[in-house]
Design a protein around this ligand. Structure first.
Ligand SMILES: NC(=O)c1ccc[n+]([C@@H]2O[C@H](COP(=O)([O-])OP(=O)(O)OC[C@H]3O[C@@H](n4cnc5c(N)ncnc54)[C@H](OP(=O)(O)O)[C@@H]3O)[C@@H](O)[C@H]2O)c1
Length: 318
C-alpha cells in the first residue's frame, strides 16, 4: 500500500510517501481501508520528537473506513463493517490496523470521512464538557482557539448543554466561524483575561489547548474554585507552575487531561462515540472540515496546522 513513512524526527519534510507492505491483523485486531485519516497536533508533536515515537513509523492515529480483514478471536467486528478509531497504528496510509475493541461502529447517517474528522477531537470535547467539567445550563466557559478543530466542537457541545461561550481567536475569519458555531462572545488574545473578568466577574471553567501563551491569562479568567482544563499546548508547553498560584487565584483547580484516560473502558468509548454520531446524524453537531489533503501532502497539512493557517479539522485522503 501507499503510506506516509516518517524515517526520523524533524520538520514536515520527514513525512514521505512510500510503498510499504500491507498491514496484517494480529490476534484481536482489524484492518481498515481508510476513507480518510485525521490530522492531529499529537502527530506534529510525535514528528518533532516532543512526544515519544519510534522511527521509522507511519504517523497518525485517527481514521475511518471499511474493515477488510479481522484477526483471530475477533467476533463483534466483521469484514465490510464501517468503523472509526482514534487508536489506529499508523493512520497516514491506505490501510491501518487497530485493536477490535478500540474501534466504534459508524452508523449509516454519518459519512466515513466525517467520522474520521470528528472522532478524536469529538471524544475529547465530549469528555471535557461532560466529565472533566460537567457544563451546566447558564455556565459561561472560556474556549481558546475557538475556530480550531477542538474549539468549534467544544463551542457546540457547551451550547448543547445550555452553557455560554466566550471564545478567543486570532482573525476576523476565525471569529465568524466561532460565532457561526454558537460562541456568544469572541475576543482576541490581547488582554483577554481582563475582558473576561469585566464581562463575567470570572468564569467557572476555561478550556485551554493553546498552552504557553494563554496559561497565565486562563488562570486569571477563573472565578474562585474555577477549573482550568489545560488540554493541549499548540503554542508550546507551559513552564512548571507553583501550586501556591492556585491558592492565590481563589482555590482554583488545574488539570492536564488526556483522551486515553476518558475512554479507558469500552462502555465509556461507546457512550461518547454514540453521542457524537447521534448528534451528527440529527444535525445537532456540525463538523467543519477546513482542509482535505492528498496523502502525499501530509507535510503541507502539518505546516499549515503549525502556522495557525487552518480552521476546523484537517483530513488526509488516501
Ligand atoms: N488532551 C487531549 O485529549 C487532546 C486531544 C485532542 C487535541 N488536543 C490538543 O488540542 C489542541 C488543539 O488541537 P487541534 O487539532 O484542534 O488544533 P487547532 O485548534 O485546529 O489548531 C491550533 C490553534 O491554536 C491556536 N494557536 C494559538 N497560538 C498558537 C501557536 N503559537 N501555534 C499554533 N497554534 C496556535 C490557533 O488558533 P488562532 O489562530 O485562532 O489562535 C490554531 O489554529 C492541541 O494542543 C492538541 O494537542 C488534546
Amino acid at each position: 500500500m501507499r503510506a506516509i513513512v516518517m524515517t526520523e524526527h524533524g520538520g514536515p519534510d520527514v513525512l514521505r510517501l512510500t510503498e510499504v507492505p500491507d498491514p496484517q491483523p494480529g490476534p484481536g485486531e482489524v484492518v481498515i481501508e481508510l476513507a480518510a485519516a485525521g490530522v492531529n497536533f499529537k502527530d506534529v508533536y510525535e514528528r518533532q520528537g516532543v512526544y515519544p515515537k519510534e522511527t521509522p513509523a507511519v504517523p497518525g492515529a485517527e481514521g475511518a473506513g471499511r474493515v477488510t480483514a479481522v484477526g483471530d478471536g475477533v467476533t463483534d467486528v466483521r469484514v465490510g463493517d464501517v468503523v472509526a478509531s482514534a487508536e489506529l497504528r499508523g493512520a497516514y496510509g491506505e490501510l491501518a490496523v487497530a485493536p477490535a475493541d478500540r474501534v466504534v461502529p459508524v452508523p449509516d447517517g454519518v459519512a466515513p470521512d466525517l467520522a474520521a474528522a470528528v472522532l478524536l477531537q469529538g471524544l475529547t470535547a465530549h469528555y471535557l464538557t461532560h466529565s472533566t467539567y460537567e457544563v451546566k445550563p447558564g455556565d459561561t466557559a472560556l474556549v481558546h482557539a475557538a475556530a480550531g478543530g477542538m474549539g468549534l466542537l467544544l463551542t457546540q457541545m457547551i451550547k448543547l448543554r445550555g452553557g455560554r461561550v466566550i471564545g478567543t481567536v486570532s482573525t476576523d475569519e476565525k471569529e465568524k466561524l466561532a460565532r457561526d458555531a454558537g460562541a456568544d462572545e469572541v475576543l482576541r488574545y490581547d488582554g483577554f483575561a481582563e475582558e473576561v473578568r469585566s464581562r463575567t466577574g470570572g468564569v467557572p471553567v476555561v478550556y485551554d489547548g493553546v498552552g504557553k501563551t494563554t496559561f497565565d491569562g486562563s488562570l486569571a479568567s477563573l472565578r474562585p474554585r474555577g477549573l482550568l482544563a489545560l488540554y493541549g499546548a499548540a503554542s508550546g508547553p507551559v513552564p512548571p507552575v507553583d501550586p501556591q498560584r492556585l491558592n492565590a487565584g481563589g482555590s482554583l483547580f488545574l488539570t492536564r487531561p488526556t483522551l486515553v484516560h476518558y475512554v479507558a473502558t469500552r462502555e465509556e468509548l461507546l457512550w461518547r462515540a454514540d453521542d457524537l454520531f447521534g448528534w451528527i446524524a440529527s444535525g445537532e453537531l456540525s463538523v467543519h472540515v477546513g482542509g482535505r489533503y492528498p496523502l502525499a501532502d501530509a507535510g503541507r497539512a502539518h505546516e499549515d496546522l503549525e502556522a495557525r493557517r487552518t480552521t476546523g479539522k484537517l483530513l488526509l485522503v488516501p
